[in-house]
Design a protein. Structure first.
Length: 230
């Protein structure tokens, strides 16, 4: 099956350059120069990865990131002429998977796309079966019995640790920031601080035997994800 990429950028020259470069890698490339056209393509076509200019004409880029994430569980790589840290954080918080600053290095773009597609194919195997089982590598989540195993052995998790790890397993590759994790684990952000989140993640890693952070990865300035960073 062909791999289809959507490139949404307001500059025709960038669209042409990226399309010609990526078609050499045998990708099918769809183009959009404004937000409305980009959304329509996401609605109508099967797309495997999105390259989105955060300053796309006609629609707020952050709104588009959120809408794309609602419509499709595919990698979203944001393109921006700015390296502003707050913009990066906002993009990750809304569901972006990566962030590339302009001017673009075509080799870097290709490498990022390849990495995210490889990860997406790996994570496509993490599907719920009819018996309520999710699997990621040697971790198994049994949602019916509220149990998580690693290497066939049940993990001794607190209720909060279970809720967080379950959320990661059900959403592999997604980056979650601290406020999002607060809502998952505690249902209340008033009495939980960043240290509490960090300590809980540390405990989960210890119980997974994951002291190096190879299962639950720290994404700088953004949060945590299940799976290696691209």
């Amino acid at each position: 099956m062909n791999t289809t990429l959507l490139i949404a950028d307001g500059q025709k020259e960038i669209l042409n350059t990226l399309r010609l470069h990526l078609e050499k890698d045998a990708y099918t490339v769809l183009e959009a120069q404004n937000g409305s056209d980009a959304l329509e393509l996401v609605y109508l076509r099967r797309i495997d990865l999105v390259l989105l200019d955060i300053s796309l004409p006609g629609m707020n880029g952050h709104y588009l990131v959120r809408k794309f994430r609602e419509l499709a569980h595919v990698p979203i790589i944001v393109l921006s002429a700015s390296d502003d840290t707050n913009e990066l954080r906002t993009a990750y918080r809304l569901g972006a998977d990566d962030y590339i600053t302009k001017p673009l290095n075509l080799s870097d773009v290709s490498a990022r796309i390849h990495g995210h597609l490889r990860k997406a194919r790996q994570f496509s195997d993490v599907l719920k079966t009819d018996t309520g089982i999710f699997r990621y590598e040697d971790i198994e989540l049994d949602t019916d019995n509220c149990e998580i195993k690693k290497g066939g052995l049940p993990l001794d998790l607190t209720p909060t640790e279970y809720k967080l790890l379950r959320h990661f397993i059900e959403n592999p590759g997604r980056v979650f920031n601290n406020p999002q994790l607060y809502e998952v684990g505690w249902n209340d952000t008033r009495f939980v601080d960043d240290t509490t989140i960090g300590d809980c993640i540390s405990e989960i890693r210890t119980k997974l035997g994951d002291t190096e952070g190879t299962y639950i990865c720290t994404v700088p300035e953004a949060g945590y994800s299940l799976g290696p960073a691209s």
